[in-house]
Design a protein around this ligand. Structure first.
Ligand code: NAP
Length: 312
């Protein structure tokens, strides 16, 4: 059977912003999956059977083999475990969990159950990420600057979970940059310094300045900030002895020495569901925890500074 022949029934858990913006249209465009039910306390999808709790959905629909979890990270583990124990294949929104150890637990459970587990990193499927990876492979890198600055009020309106412990604060978008960096960079790097800026009334940071060690000597920094109004910036700038590459717009466009060399439309979530179809067919696990390790290191190593209170 080829991947395109897979016709699996799928359910979404957590019908919120990303489920509506990306998952539901992408599933509709992917022949490998059919959306057959949702589990969400307060919302659903017209014409699709709706449950408040995943356990009721799993009991009522044994034929639904795939569960896609679109809830915030703090509540994802319990549902992921429930679905895996029921023998279902599981796809996780990013970040894959609230802690590294809970994700390790899910990996072990998926392995024991012989089902697929996919920790998605949607930004890795942006149009120019692979072009950047290939371009970098044979370059002598001297300096890397990650700048991920956006307006939290515009992209996360009213989402209180991002400000609660486990919600990651500015690392919610920042982990996307780290997922791209770890995909394109030709070797492993590690965090050496972090300054984290916490609003005095919130559990999670609104900004972060990070420094990494590249064992081959390139300077590497990242600046994440949620207070950017006006133009939004999701760029990775890489200076090499052979020219300067800028991967911009969250990975959509690549330029070298100011000249655009790659770009294309956004098919990130379609690519995620195509990959999930492969994993389901092969009953494989694809969980790369490197982006989350950097975030965890930042919370371990980071110097904390209080900044002005944040209110919507
Ligand atoms: P959201 O809309 O705030 O939450 C998704 C849904 O999860 C909610 O509508 C809610 O539905 C359910 N939920 C269950 N328990 C919850 C709790 N304790 N607090 C809040 N909601 C709860 O969030 P989202 O923006 O879709 O993000 C969900 C995940 O996708 C996050 O991990 C995020 O990083 C990732 N993501 C988001 C975006 C984006 O642009 N927003 C992009 C890429 C990835 P019910 O109330 O009906 O249960």
């Amino acid at each position: 059977m080829s991947v395109s022949d897979l016709a699996a029934d799928l359910a979404i858990v957590g019908v919120g912003k990303i489920a509506r913006d990306q998952h539901i249209p992408s599933i509709a465009a992917t022949p490998a999956f059919a959306l057959k039910a949702t589990a969400s306390r307060n919302s659903g999808v017209d014409g699709v059977p709706r449950f408040e709790h995943l356990e009721d959905l799993l009991d009522a629909h044994p034929e639904i083999s795939c569960i896609s979890l679109c809830t915030p990270p703090q509540v994802r583990y319990d549902d992921a475990r429930r679905a895996l124990l029921a023998g279902r294949h599981v796809m996780l929104e990013k970040p894959p969990g609230a802690t590294l150890s809970e994700v390790h637990d899910l990996i072990a459970l998926a392995r024991a159950q012989g089902v697929a587990l996919f920790a998605t990193w949607h930004s890795r499927h942006a149009a120019s990420v692979q072009a950047a990876r290939k371009w970098l492979q044979d370059k002598d890198i001297t300096r890397v600057e990650v700048i991920w600055k956006e307006d939290v009020r515009r992209w996360h309106p009213g989402q209180d979970w991002i400000w609660q412990a486990g919600g990651l604060g500015v690392f919610d978008p920042g982990i996307n940059a780290l997922s791209v960096l770890s995909e394109i960079y030709p070797r492993a790097v590690h965090l050496t310094q972090a300054d984290l800026f916490f609003p005095e009334n919130r559990d999670t940071p609104i900004a972060a300045d990070l420094t990494f060690n590249d064992p081959c000597g390139a300077e590497m920094t990242a600046a994440f900030d949620w207070r950017q109004t006006g133009p939004q910036t999701w760029d990775i700038r890489i200076e090499t002895a052979q020219g300067t590459a800028t991967l911009s717009d969250g990975g959509a466009n690549l330029s070298v020495d100011g000249e655009k060399v790659n770009g294309g439309p956004d098919h990130e979530y379609r690519a995620l569901y195509a990959r999930f179809a492969e994993l389901v067919e092969r009953r494989e696990i694809d969980v790369d925890l490197r982006p989350m390790l950097h975030v965890s290191d930042a919370f371990t190593l980071g110097r904390r500074q209080a900044v002005a209170a944040f209110d919507w």
